[in-house]
Design a protein around this ligand. Structure first.
Ligand code: ARG
Length: 461
Protein backbone atom coordinates (compact mmCIF):
# COMPACT_ATOMS: atom_id res chain seq x y z
CA UNK A 1 0.00 0.00 0.00
CA UNK A 2 1.52 3.25 -1.08
CA UNK A 3 0.19 6.76 -0.84
CA UNK A 4 1.23 10.22 -1.90
CA UNK A 5 0.72 11.47 1.61
CA UNK A 6 1.23 10.54 5.28
CA UNK A 7 1.97 6.82 5.32
CA UNK A 8 0.28 6.39 8.75
CA UNK A 9 -3.14 7.57 7.61
CA UNK A 10 -2.85 8.60 3.95
CA UNK A 11 -4.52 5.58 2.31
CA UNK A 12 -7.67 7.37 1.19
CA UNK A 13 -5.93 10.60 0.22
CA UNK A 14 -5.00 11.56 -3.35
CA UNK A 15 -3.29 14.83 -2.60
CA UNK A 16 -0.47 15.52 -0.17
CA UNK A 17 -1.14 17.87 2.74
CA UNK A 18 -0.51 21.55 2.05
CA UNK A 19 2.93 22.51 3.38
CA UNK A 20 1.67 25.19 5.75
CA UNK A 21 -1.28 23.08 6.89
CA UNK A 22 1.29 20.48 7.93
CA UNK A 23 3.05 23.02 10.12
CA UNK A 24 -0.27 24.45 11.31
CA UNK A 25 -1.58 21.05 12.34
CA UNK A 26 1.56 19.60 13.88
CA UNK A 27 1.83 19.31 17.64
CA UNK A 28 5.17 17.52 17.89
CA UNK A 29 7.05 20.72 18.73
CA UNK A 30 5.27 20.77 22.10
CA UNK A 31 3.76 17.32 22.67
CA UNK A 32 7.17 15.64 22.60
CA UNK A 33 7.11 16.43 26.34
CA UNK A 34 4.85 13.37 26.50
CA UNK A 35 7.32 11.03 24.75
CA UNK A 36 8.24 8.83 27.71
CA UNK A 37 4.62 8.58 28.82
CA UNK A 38 3.63 7.64 25.28
CA UNK A 39 6.21 4.85 25.31
CA UNK A 40 5.10 3.67 28.74
CA UNK A 41 1.53 3.45 27.41
CA UNK A 42 2.69 1.55 24.32
CA UNK A 43 4.68 -0.95 26.38
CA UNK A 44 1.62 -1.75 28.48
CA UNK A 45 -0.68 -1.90 25.46
CA UNK A 46 1.69 -4.24 23.56
CA UNK A 47 2.10 -6.48 26.61
CA UNK A 48 -1.67 -6.79 26.94
CA UNK A 49 -2.02 -7.46 23.18
CA UNK A 50 0.46 -10.34 23.43
CA UNK A 51 -1.36 -11.78 26.45
CA UNK A 52 -4.64 -11.91 24.51
CA UNK A 53 -2.89 -13.47 21.51
CA UNK A 54 -2.95 -10.49 19.13
CA UNK A 55 0.86 -10.26 19.16
CA UNK A 56 3.25 -13.18 19.40
CA UNK A 57 5.87 -13.32 22.14
CA UNK A 58 8.53 -12.61 19.52
CA UNK A 59 6.63 -9.59 18.16
CA UNK A 60 6.23 -8.24 21.68
CA UNK A 61 9.94 -8.62 22.31
CA UNK A 62 10.80 -6.74 19.14
CA UNK A 63 8.37 -3.95 20.02
CA UNK A 64 9.72 -3.62 23.57
CA UNK A 65 13.32 -3.64 22.36
CA UNK A 66 12.48 -1.03 19.75
CA UNK A 67 10.74 1.20 22.29
CA UNK A 68 13.69 0.86 24.62
CA UNK A 69 16.06 1.94 21.83
CA UNK A 70 13.81 4.92 21.11
CA UNK A 71 13.93 5.93 24.79
CA UNK A 72 17.72 5.94 24.57
CA UNK A 73 17.66 7.99 21.38
CA UNK A 74 15.37 10.57 22.97
CA UNK A 75 17.45 10.73 26.17
CA UNK A 76 20.64 11.20 24.16
CA UNK A 77 19.07 13.88 22.00
CA UNK A 78 19.56 11.72 18.89
CA UNK A 79 15.90 11.18 18.08
CA UNK A 80 14.88 13.04 14.95
CA UNK A 81 11.50 14.67 15.49
CA UNK A 82 9.67 15.33 12.27
CA UNK A 83 6.88 17.82 11.61
CA UNK A 84 5.79 15.59 8.71
CA UNK A 85 4.84 12.99 11.28
CA UNK A 86 2.56 15.49 13.02
CA UNK A 87 2.72 14.48 16.66
CA UNK A 88 4.67 12.60 19.29
CA UNK A 89 2.59 9.44 18.79
CA UNK A 90 3.24 9.10 15.07
CA UNK A 91 6.89 10.10 15.38
CA UNK A 92 7.49 7.28 17.83
CA UNK A 93 5.42 4.73 15.94
CA UNK A 94 7.15 5.52 12.65
CA UNK A 95 10.57 5.15 14.24
CA UNK A 96 9.52 1.88 15.85
CA UNK A 97 8.53 0.50 12.45
CA UNK A 98 11.87 1.66 11.05
CA UNK A 99 13.65 -0.19 13.85
CA UNK A 100 11.66 -3.42 13.99
CA UNK A 101 9.58 -3.62 10.82
CA UNK A 102 6.23 -5.44 10.80
CA UNK A 103 5.67 -5.72 14.60
CA UNK A 104 5.94 -1.92 14.79
CA UNK A 105 2.97 -1.65 12.44
CA UNK A 106 0.95 -3.99 14.67
CA UNK A 107 1.37 -1.94 17.85
CA UNK A 108 -1.59 0.31 17.04
CA UNK A 109 -4.04 -2.63 16.91
CA UNK A 110 -7.10 -1.95 19.07
CA UNK A 111 -5.95 1.55 19.85
CA UNK A 112 -6.41 5.07 18.45
CA UNK A 113 -4.43 8.23 18.95
CA UNK A 114 -7.56 9.50 20.66
CA UNK A 115 -7.32 7.15 23.63
CA UNK A 116 -3.53 7.19 23.38
CA UNK A 117 -3.19 10.96 23.83
CA UNK A 118 -5.76 11.08 26.63
CA UNK A 119 -3.77 8.36 28.41
CA UNK A 120 -0.44 10.14 27.88
CA UNK A 121 -1.72 13.40 29.39
CA UNK A 122 -3.04 11.57 32.44
CA UNK A 123 0.26 9.72 32.95
CA UNK A 124 2.11 13.02 32.63
CA UNK A 125 -0.19 14.90 34.99
CA UNK A 126 -0.04 12.12 37.58
CA UNK A 127 3.72 12.66 37.89
CA UNK A 128 3.52 16.44 37.83
CA UNK A 129 0.87 16.56 40.57
CA UNK A 130 3.14 14.50 42.79
CA UNK A 131 6.03 16.89 42.21
CA UNK A 132 3.73 19.84 42.96
CA UNK A 133 2.36 18.25 46.10
CA UNK A 134 5.89 17.67 47.38
CA UNK A 135 6.72 21.31 46.73
CA UNK A 136 3.59 22.38 48.64
CA UNK A 137 4.65 20.18 51.56
CA UNK A 138 8.06 21.82 51.58
CA UNK A 139 6.41 25.25 51.64
CA UNK A 140 4.04 24.18 54.42
CA UNK A 141 6.95 23.02 56.57
CA UNK A 142 8.85 26.24 55.90
CA UNK A 143 5.82 28.28 56.98
CA UNK A 144 5.54 26.29 60.21
CA UNK A 145 9.23 26.78 61.01
CA UNK A 146 8.98 30.52 60.41
CA UNK A 147 5.73 30.79 62.41
CA UNK A 148 7.33 28.89 65.30
CA UNK A 149 10.09 31.49 65.60
CA UNK A 150 7.65 34.41 65.27
CA UNK A 151 4.76 33.27 67.43
CA UNK A 152 5.33 36.06 69.98
CA UNK A 153 6.20 38.73 67.42
CA UNK A 154 3.46 41.33 67.43
CA UNK A 155 2.28 43.04 64.26
CA UNK A 156 -0.81 45.01 63.36
CA UNK A 157 -3.50 42.78 61.90
CA UNK A 158 -5.27 44.65 59.12
CA UNK A 159 -8.78 45.02 57.78
CA UNK A 160 -9.25 47.40 54.82
CA UNK A 161 -5.43 47.65 55.02
CA UNK A 162 -5.98 49.79 58.13
CA UNK A 163 -4.39 48.65 61.37
CA UNK A 164 -7.16 46.75 63.18
CA UNK A 165 -5.96 44.60 66.09
CA UNK A 166 -2.61 43.26 67.26
CA UNK A 167 -1.85 39.77 65.99
CA UNK A 168 1.04 37.39 66.27
CA UNK A 169 3.16 37.34 63.10
CA UNK A 170 3.28 33.57 63.52
CA UNK A 171 -0.53 33.52 63.47
CA UNK A 172 -0.58 35.59 60.30
CA UNK A 173 1.80 33.11 58.65
CA UNK A 174 -0.39 30.22 59.76
CA UNK A 175 -3.23 31.76 57.76
CA UNK A 176 -1.15 30.97 54.66
CA UNK A 177 -0.43 27.52 56.02
CA UNK A 178 -4.19 26.88 56.07
CA UNK A 179 -4.61 28.09 52.47
CA UNK A 180 -1.82 25.93 51.10
CA UNK A 181 -2.98 22.99 53.20
CA UNK A 182 -6.37 23.17 51.51
CA UNK A 183 -4.63 23.44 48.13
CA UNK A 184 -2.69 20.29 48.95
CA UNK A 185 -5.89 18.48 49.92
CA UNK A 186 -7.60 19.58 46.71
CA UNK A 187 -4.77 18.20 44.59
CA UNK A 188 -4.72 14.95 46.53
CA UNK A 189 -8.45 14.59 45.98
CA UNK A 190 -8.16 15.33 42.27
CA UNK A 191 -5.56 12.59 41.87
CA UNK A 192 -8.09 9.77 41.63
CA UNK A 193 -9.83 11.52 38.75
CA UNK A 194 -6.51 12.01 36.95
CA UNK A 195 -5.44 8.44 37.65
CA UNK A 196 -8.21 6.89 35.53
CA UNK A 197 -7.38 5.09 32.28
CA UNK A 198 -8.91 5.98 28.89
CA UNK A 199 -6.96 3.30 26.95
CA UNK A 200 -9.28 0.78 25.29
CA UNK A 201 -11.75 3.45 24.21
CA UNK A 202 -9.88 3.50 20.88
CA UNK A 203 -11.29 6.20 18.56
CA UNK A 204 -14.51 6.54 20.58
CA UNK A 205 -16.56 3.36 20.45
CA UNK A 206 -14.14 0.81 21.86
CA UNK A 207 -12.56 -1.96 19.81
CA UNK A 208 -13.59 -5.33 18.39
CA UNK A 209 -10.45 -7.03 19.78
CA UNK A 210 -10.89 -8.92 23.05
CA UNK A 211 -8.76 -6.41 24.97
CA UNK A 212 -8.14 -6.68 28.70
CA UNK A 213 -8.38 -3.13 30.02
CA UNK A 214 -7.95 -4.21 33.64
CA UNK A 215 -4.57 -5.67 32.72
CA UNK A 216 -3.38 -2.52 30.90
CA UNK A 217 -4.53 -0.41 33.83
CA UNK A 218 -2.66 -2.65 36.24
CA UNK A 219 0.52 -2.40 34.17
CA UNK A 220 0.27 1.39 34.10
CA UNK A 221 -0.69 1.76 37.76
CA UNK A 222 -4.08 3.32 37.01
CA UNK A 223 -6.52 3.15 39.94
CA UNK A 224 -9.59 3.13 37.74
CA UNK A 225 -10.71 2.72 34.12
CA UNK A 226 -12.83 5.30 32.28
CA UNK A 227 -16.27 3.72 32.31
CA UNK A 228 -17.50 5.16 29.02
CA UNK A 229 -15.44 5.07 25.82
CA UNK A 230 -16.96 8.27 24.41
CA UNK A 231 -16.27 10.18 27.62
CA UNK A 232 -12.78 8.66 27.83
CA UNK A 233 -11.52 10.21 24.58
CA UNK A 234 -13.33 13.53 24.71
CA UNK A 235 -13.13 14.61 28.33
CA UNK A 236 -10.39 16.92 29.55
CA UNK A 237 -12.07 17.96 32.77
CA UNK A 238 -9.29 16.34 34.82
CA UNK A 239 -6.87 18.82 33.22
CA UNK A 240 -9.25 21.72 33.74
CA UNK A 241 -9.68 20.71 37.36
CA UNK A 242 -5.93 20.69 37.74
CA UNK A 243 -5.65 24.15 36.15
CA UNK A 244 -8.36 25.40 38.46
CA UNK A 245 -6.49 24.04 41.47
CA UNK A 246 -3.32 25.63 40.10
CA UNK A 247 -5.08 28.99 39.82
CA UNK A 248 -6.13 28.76 43.46
CA UNK A 249 -2.56 28.01 44.52
CA UNK A 250 -1.25 30.91 42.44
CA UNK A 251 -3.93 33.20 43.90
CA UNK A 252 -2.70 32.28 47.39
CA UNK A 253 0.95 32.72 46.39
CA UNK A 254 0.02 36.06 44.85
CA UNK A 255 -1.63 37.35 48.03
CA UNK A 256 1.41 36.31 50.03
CA UNK A 257 3.62 37.99 47.40
CA UNK A 258 1.64 41.20 47.64
CA UNK A 259 2.17 41.30 51.40
CA UNK A 260 5.88 40.59 51.09
CA UNK A 261 6.19 43.39 48.53
CA UNK A 262 4.39 45.84 50.82
CA UNK A 263 6.17 44.69 53.95
CA UNK A 264 9.64 44.89 52.43
CA UNK A 265 9.10 48.51 51.32
CA UNK A 266 10.86 51.23 53.33
CA UNK A 267 7.42 52.53 54.36
CA UNK A 268 6.40 49.31 56.09
CA UNK A 269 9.79 47.71 56.71
CA UNK A 270 8.14 44.75 58.47
CA UNK A 271 10.37 42.17 56.78
CA UNK A 272 13.71 41.99 55.05
CA UNK A 273 14.19 39.69 52.08
CA UNK A 274 17.75 38.54 51.46
CA UNK A 275 19.77 40.11 48.65
CA UNK A 276 19.83 36.74 46.92
CA UNK A 277 16.09 37.00 46.22
CA UNK A 278 16.10 40.65 45.15
CA UNK A 279 17.59 42.76 42.37
CA UNK A 280 18.86 46.31 42.08
CA UNK A 281 17.96 49.13 39.75
CA UNK A 282 20.26 50.20 36.93
CA UNK A 283 19.53 53.88 37.61
CA UNK A 284 18.55 54.19 41.30
CA UNK A 285 21.42 52.92 43.44
CA UNK A 286 19.34 52.80 46.64
CA UNK A 287 16.81 50.29 45.25
CA UNK A 288 16.40 46.68 46.34
CA UNK A 289 13.47 45.27 44.42
CA UNK A 290 11.42 42.24 45.55
CA UNK A 291 11.48 40.65 42.08
CA UNK A 292 10.63 37.12 43.20
CA UNK A 293 7.26 37.92 44.81
CA UNK A 294 6.53 40.43 42.05
CA UNK A 295 7.10 37.79 39.38
CA UNK A 296 4.98 35.25 41.21
CA UNK A 297 2.18 37.82 41.46
CA UNK A 298 2.59 38.52 37.75
CA UNK A 299 2.65 34.87 36.71
CA UNK A 300 -0.70 34.35 38.39
CA UNK A 301 -2.21 36.10 35.37
CA UNK A 302 -1.00 33.55 32.87
CA UNK A 303 -2.05 30.61 35.02
CA UNK A 304 -5.55 32.11 35.26
CA UNK A 305 -5.44 32.68 31.50
CA UNK A 306 -4.59 29.02 30.90
CA UNK A 307 -7.60 27.95 32.95
CA UNK A 308 -9.91 30.16 30.91
CA UNK A 309 -8.30 28.86 27.70
CA UNK A 310 -9.11 25.26 28.62
CA UNK A 311 -12.63 26.01 29.81
CA UNK A 312 -13.31 27.84 26.55
CA UNK A 313 -11.65 25.09 24.51
CA UNK A 314 -14.09 22.51 25.86
CA UNK A 315 -17.31 24.45 26.08
CA UNK A 316 -18.55 24.12 22.51
CA UNK A 317 -17.21 20.71 21.60
CA UNK A 318 -19.66 18.01 20.53
CA UNK A 319 -18.77 14.47 21.57
CA UNK A 320 -16.38 12.79 21.11
CA UNK A 321 -12.77 13.68 20.19
CA UNK A 322 -12.17 16.85 18.17
CA UNK A 323 -8.86 18.21 16.94
CA UNK A 324 -9.56 21.24 19.15
CA UNK A 325 -8.26 19.10 21.98
CA UNK A 326 -4.74 19.31 20.61
CA UNK A 327 -4.88 22.85 22.03
CA UNK A 328 -5.14 21.49 25.57
CA UNK A 329 -1.44 20.84 25.87
CA UNK A 330 0.34 24.18 25.78
CA UNK A 331 -1.83 25.81 28.49
CA UNK A 332 -1.58 22.69 30.63
CA UNK A 333 2.20 22.35 30.26
CA UNK A 334 2.66 26.06 30.90
CA UNK A 335 0.58 25.90 34.06
CA UNK A 336 2.53 22.89 35.32
CA UNK A 337 5.90 24.53 34.66
CA UNK A 338 4.89 27.94 36.03
CA UNK A 339 3.36 26.50 39.17
CA UNK A 340 6.33 24.23 39.86
CA UNK A 341 8.75 27.14 39.48
CA UNK A 342 6.70 29.48 41.70
CA UNK A 343 6.34 26.87 44.45
CA UNK A 344 10.00 26.04 44.27
CA UNK A 345 11.13 29.65 44.60
CA UNK A 346 8.70 30.26 47.47
CA UNK A 347 9.83 27.12 49.28
CA UNK A 348 13.39 28.45 49.00
CA UNK A 349 12.54 32.02 49.96
CA UNK A 350 10.22 31.58 52.95
CA UNK A 351 12.96 30.30 55.31
CA UNK A 352 15.01 33.42 54.48
CA UNK A 353 12.32 35.96 55.47
CA UNK A 354 13.54 38.09 58.39
CA UNK A 355 10.93 39.80 60.56
CA UNK A 356 11.80 43.31 61.72
CA UNK A 357 10.20 42.88 65.12
CA UNK A 358 10.78 46.41 66.41
CA UNK A 359 9.17 48.08 63.40
CA UNK A 360 6.21 45.71 63.55
CA UNK A 361 5.76 46.53 67.22
CA UNK A 362 5.98 50.31 66.88
CA UNK A 363 3.61 50.18 63.91
CA UNK A 364 1.11 48.24 66.04
CA UNK A 365 1.31 50.93 68.71
CA UNK A 366 0.52 53.60 66.13
CA UNK A 367 -2.88 52.36 65.07
CA UNK A 368 -4.91 52.27 68.35
CA UNK A 369 -5.17 48.56 67.75
CA UNK A 370 -6.24 47.77 71.32
CA UNK A 371 -9.34 50.01 71.21
CA UNK A 372 -11.56 46.91 71.02
CA UNK A 373 -9.86 45.57 74.14
CA UNK A 374 -10.73 48.75 76.03
CA UNK A 375 -14.34 48.42 74.90
CA UNK A 376 -14.43 44.72 75.92
CA UNK A 377 -13.04 45.73 79.33
CA UNK A 378 -15.87 48.24 79.85
CA UNK A 379 -18.43 45.66 78.74
CA UNK A 380 -17.07 43.21 81.29
CA UNK A 381 -17.62 45.96 83.89
CA UNK A 382 -21.29 46.06 82.90
CA UNK A 383 -21.48 48.73 80.19
CA UNK A 384 -23.56 47.94 77.05
CA UNK A 385 -21.24 47.45 74.03
CA UNK A 386 -22.66 50.42 72.05
CA UNK A 387 -21.93 52.78 74.98
CA UNK A 388 -18.47 51.28 75.42
CA UNK A 389 -17.82 51.85 71.71
CA UNK A 390 -18.68 55.52 72.22
CA UNK A 391 -16.48 55.94 75.32
CA UNK A 392 -13.53 54.34 73.54
CA UNK A 393 -14.09 56.57 70.50
CA UNK A 394 -13.76 59.63 72.75
CA UNK A 395 -10.68 58.17 74.45
CA UNK A 396 -9.01 57.51 71.06
CA UNK A 397 -9.83 61.07 69.90
CA UNK A 398 -8.17 62.37 73.05
CA UNK A 399 -5.11 60.09 72.68
CA UNK A 400 -4.64 61.38 69.12
CA UNK A 401 -4.41 64.95 70.47
CA UNK A 402 -1.75 63.73 72.92
CA UNK A 403 0.12 61.67 70.24
CA UNK A 404 -0.04 58.67 72.54
CA UNK A 405 -1.23 55.08 72.23
CA UNK A 406 -4.08 54.05 74.56
CA UNK A 407 -1.64 52.06 76.66
CA UNK A 408 0.50 55.17 77.04
CA UNK A 409 -2.30 57.20 78.70
CA UNK A 410 -2.17 57.47 82.49
CA UNK A 411 -4.76 55.74 84.67
CA UNK A 412 -6.09 59.17 85.59
CA UNK A 413 -6.52 60.18 81.96
CA UNK A 414 -8.32 56.92 81.24
CA UNK A 415 -10.57 57.27 84.28
CA UNK A 416 -11.69 60.69 83.06
CA UNK A 417 -13.58 58.81 80.35
CA UNK A 418 -15.07 56.18 82.66
CA UNK A 419 -14.89 55.92 86.41
CA UNK A 420 -14.99 52.12 86.50
CA UNK A 421 -11.55 51.82 84.87
CA UNK A 422 -8.98 50.39 87.31
CA UNK A 423 -5.24 49.77 87.30
CA UNK A 424 -5.67 46.31 85.76
CA UNK A 425 -6.70 48.03 82.51
CA UNK A 426 -3.09 47.89 81.31
CA UNK A 427 -3.22 44.09 81.33
CA UNK A 428 -5.87 44.46 78.63
CA UNK A 429 -4.84 47.39 76.47
CA UNK A 430 -1.15 46.59 76.23
CA UNK A 431 -0.20 44.75 73.02
CA UNK A 432 0.71 41.58 74.92
CA UNK A 433 -2.47 41.80 76.99
CA UNK A 434 -4.58 42.09 73.84
CA UNK A 435 -2.82 39.14 72.21
CA UNK A 436 -2.94 36.89 75.25
CA UNK A 437 -6.64 37.58 75.74
CA UNK A 438 -7.45 35.82 72.46
CA UNK A 439 -6.67 32.48 73.94
CA UNK A 440 -9.08 30.11 72.23
CA UNK A 441 -8.84 27.61 69.41
CA UNK A 442 -7.86 29.48 66.24
CA UNK A 443 -7.02 32.67 68.20
CA UNK A 444 -3.84 34.72 68.03
CA UNK A 445 -2.54 34.24 71.62
CA UNK A 446 1.03 32.86 71.35
CA UNK A 447 -0.08 29.87 73.41
CA UNK A 448 -2.71 29.06 70.77
CA UNK A 449 -0.25 29.67 67.95
CA UNK A 450 2.05 27.09 69.54
CA UNK A 451 -0.80 24.66 69.74
CA UNK A 452 -1.83 25.34 66.15
CA UNK A 453 1.72 24.67 64.97
CA UNK A 454 1.76 21.38 66.84
CA UNK A 455 -1.56 20.31 65.35
CA UNK A 456 -0.40 21.42 61.90
CA UNK A 457 2.85 19.47 62.17
CA UNK A 458 1.07 16.28 63.08
CA UNK A 459 -1.39 16.81 60.20
CA UNK A 460 1.55 16.72 57.80
CA UNK A 461 2.84 13.36 59.00
N1 ARG B 1 -2.07 15.32 18.38
C1 ARG B 1 -3.39 14.94 18.69
C2 ARG B 1 -3.86 15.66 19.98
O1 ARG B 1 -3.05 16.22 20.62
C3 ARG B 1 -3.45 13.46 18.92
C4 ARG B 1 -4.77 12.86 18.63
C5 ARG B 1 -5.10 13.01 17.21
N2 ARG B 1 -6.23 12.28 16.86
C6 ARG B 1 -6.83 12.42 15.66
N3 ARG B 1 -7.85 11.71 15.44
N4 ARG B 1 -6.37 13.27 14.78
O2 ARG B 1 -5.01 15.67 20.31
Amino acid sequence: MTSKTNHLWGGRFNEPTDEFVKIFGASVTFDKVLAFYDIEGSEAHATMLSEIGVLTKEELKQILDGLSAIKDEISNGQFEWSIDLEDVHMNIEARLTELCGLPGKKLHTGRSRNDQVATDIRLYLRDQVQIINNEILRLLNALLDLAEGEKSTIMPGFTHLQAAQPVSFGHHLLAYFEMFKRDHERLEDSYKRINTMPLGAAALAGTSYPINRERTAELLGFERICANSIDAVSDRDFAIEFCSNASLIMMHLSRFSEELILWSSAQFNFVTLPDSFCTGSSIMPQKKNPDVPELVRGKTGRVNGNLIALLTLMKGQPLAYNKDNQEDKEPLFDTVETLQACLRVFGDMVPTIKANTETMRSSTLKGYTTATDLADYLVKKGMPFRDAHDVVGNTVAYAITQSKDLSELSLKELQSFDRTIEADIFDFISLEGSLNARNHLGGTAPEQVSLAIKTARSSLK
